[in-house]
Design a binder for this molecule. Structure first.
Ligand code: ADP
Length: 258
């Protein structure tokens, strides 16, 4: 049956002996598919009512005769609506990455303009609060899906801005060697304790809720990065030193270079 899923585990022992264990994971696979479909449907359904609420709240907030005691609650409602909007958008991005079929033929993308565009966007959104520098040769090209790579690198750059103090340096570097391409976003922020590193790409995992509530993140950013990279046979490596800063490195195999 084409819907059945088997998982094989091969163990070698002796000279020519192998033990092959096949597990029927059809049920697990179906459950996981149902979860993905459910999240995709719910997040799509939530987007429209939220847009309506946001629109009305903006109209009320702009009204001249608004009673003064309404201003505070209204502004809080707007903030919460914006938070939910970000969350719903991130959930949709994640479910698209999980469910959309990977295209057979990838575009050839020139890396320098792609990264430069993200740096310019980050500079204008953060109003120059940080100093961003980009080191990338103009001849590096890779095969991929533009919007997915933009989302991966963009999330890392946004995090670097979000979690580090103003006026610190953020460096984006692309390097090619025998093993492939590495794109690194390095910051001089607070760093992350080693015990958190293995869990950072889990959905909704956030290091410190009290610190994060002020930054308005969703806890989905690094999960999106991980998924977008794995669709490009790439992986995310995180190195960090508390008090010194963090480096998020996206490692692409050399077959991805064009
Ligand atoms: P969020 O939406 O909370 O930013 P992410 O998945 O992008 O979610 O990040 C997970 C957590 O990792 C964040 O809540 C934050 O605590 C930590 N983090 C991410 N990037 C950095 C960084 N550059 N410096 C310090 N902490 C970071």
């Amino acid at each position: 049956n084409k819907d059945n899923r088997l998982q094989f585990q091969v163990t070698r022992f002796g000279h020519n002996e192998k033990l092959v264990v096949a597990r029927d994971i059809t049920f697990m696979h179906r459950l996981s598919q149902m979860r993905k479909d459910f999240v995709a449907n719910v997040s799509h359904e939530l987007r429209t009512p939220l847009t309506v609420l946001k629109g009305y709240l903006e109209t009320f907030a702009d009204a001249e005769q608004l009673p003064v005691q309404w201003r505070g609650p209204l502004s809080q409602m707007q903030q919460q609506c914006t938070r939910m909007h970000l969350l719903v958008n991130d959930l949709i991005s994640l479910s698209v990455l999980e469910t959309e079929v990977i295209p057979d033929r990838h575009q050839v993308l020139s890396l320098q303009p792609l990264l430069q565009h993200l740096v310019d966007e980050a500079n204008s959104l953060s109003a120059g609060s940080h100093s961003l520098s980009l080191n990338c040769d103009s001849n590096i090209a890779l095969r991929g899906v533009e919007k997915e790579l933009q989302s991966a690198f963009g999330n890392l750059i946004n995090n670097a801005i979000k979690y580090t103090p103003p006026n610190t340096q953020i460096t984006i570097t692309a390097r090619v060697d025998q093993s492939g391409l590495t794109v690194t976003v390095a910051d001089q922020g607070p760093g992350i304790e080693a015990r958190h590193l293995p869990r950072l790409t889990e959905r909704f995992y956030r290091v410190d809720d009290s610190r994060n509530s002020a930054t308005g993140g969703t806890g989905l950013g690094l999960a999106i990065v991980k998924h977008a990279l794995s669709r490009h046979d790439a992986r995310l490596e995180i190195a960090s030193q508390v008090g010194k800063g963090s480096q998020f490195s996206c490692r692409f195999p050399k077959q991805r270079l064009a």
